[in-house]
Design a protein around this ligand. Structure first.
Ligand code: CP
Ligand code: NVA
Length: 310
């Protein structure tokens, strides 16, 4: 059966760990994998901008002996000139993996439904699984394991990255506090809360949504924030969003309230003095560049897993 990665909980906890461990192995010894996907092709469909995702997938595929095609669907949206099922079926005749970054989750779900090859979500409005798997690799490298820690998230919680962080913490039985404005524009969708609650029942995870920044920061091992202005958010909303999110900015007070050895994470792109102050992101607890680097290794591990190479 062809497997896809549309949200992080498409993998079990054991599969996430397997992929993270493979990524650590690839990072240590990249030469061992130079022919692992020899002759294979990755199609990357992009509707939204990207720095890290595009470069790391393209580089990663090349380092595995394969080839990546960048295809912009910005000016020719999926499902307009031909239906998505035709696109998926045609692409499946040419390539071995399809990856897509789209505005609307339904588009990547449809690609996955009709493709005959694995489909990877490179970010939609519902999930960012490659990011969160890479982030958990980073956490594992810093803490040596993925057990019994508390991750606290600050800012926009009606958000792809937040959703997959919640799913991942639920899968791993962790504590997670999400500090966000009360307005439903900025809080997680009901379906995500329901999924996270179901997952948590099996693992004992404790995921809380709150609007008190310092309560969220207390005892945290990982402090995480994401952009206040996700791709596609109209510029006219910027002032309102800044006002709503400012109380949730990660400052040195937030960092001091967390555990003394807490790490600071942001998936990037980041704006200094928006979701975090410059002293936090450029300070000694910040691991944002290790986080960015791990996108390369984890995506190689994800592609190998989906192509059944281990
Ligand atoms: N973190 C991340 O996905 O970055 P890009 O938007 O630059 O790909
Ligand atoms: N939430 C952000 C993540 C960027 C990697 C966005 O959607 O733009």
């Amino acid at each position: 059966m062809v497997r896809n990665l549309l949200k992080v909980s498409d993998f079990s906890r054991a599969e996430c760990e397997k992929v993270i461990n493979k990524s650590i192995e690839i990072k240590k010894n990249p030469k061992k994998f130079v022919s692992s996907l020899e002759g294979e092709t990755l199609l990357m469909l992009f509707e939204k901008p990207s720095l890290r995702t595009r470069i790391s997938f393209e580089t990663g595929m090349q380092q595995l002996g394969g080839h990546a095609i960048f295809y912009s669907i910005k000016d020719s949206p999926l499902g307009k000139k031909e239906n998505i099922s035709d696109t998926a079926k045609v692409a499946s005749r040419f390539v071995d993996i399809i990856a897509a970054r789209v505005y609307n989750r339904k588009d990547v779900w449809d690609l996955a439904e009709y493709a005959d090859v694995p489909v990877i979500n490179m970010l939609d409005d519902f999930a960012h699984p490659c990011q969160i798997l890479g982030d958990f690799q980073t956490i594992k490298e810093k803490r040596n394991n993925l057990d019994n820690f508390k991750l606290s998230y600050f800012g926009d919680a009606y958000n792809n990255v937040t959703y997959d962080l919640m799913r991942m913490c639920a899968l791993f039985g962790l504590k997670m506090d999400v500090a966000c404005p009360q307005d439903s524009k900025y809080t997680p969708e009901k379906s995500v809360l329901e999924e996270v609650e179901t997952l948590s029942k099996n693992t004992g995870a404790e995921i809380r949504i709150m609007n008190d920044t310092l309560t969220a920061a207390k005892d945290a091992d990982v402090i995480y924030t994401d952009s206040w202005m996700s791709y596609g958010i109209p510029i006219e909303q910027e002032e309102d969003r800044k006002k709503a999110f400012l109380p949730f900015q990660v400052t040195s007070t937030v960092m001091k309230t967390a555990k003394s050895d807490a790490i600071f994470m942001n998936c990037l792109p980041a704006m200094r003095e928006y979701e975090q102050t410059a002293e936090v992101i450029d300070g000694p607890q910040s691991v944002v560049f290790d986080q960015a680097e791990n996108r390369l290794h984890i995506q190689k591990a994800i592609m190998l897993f989906l192509r059944d190479k281990y």
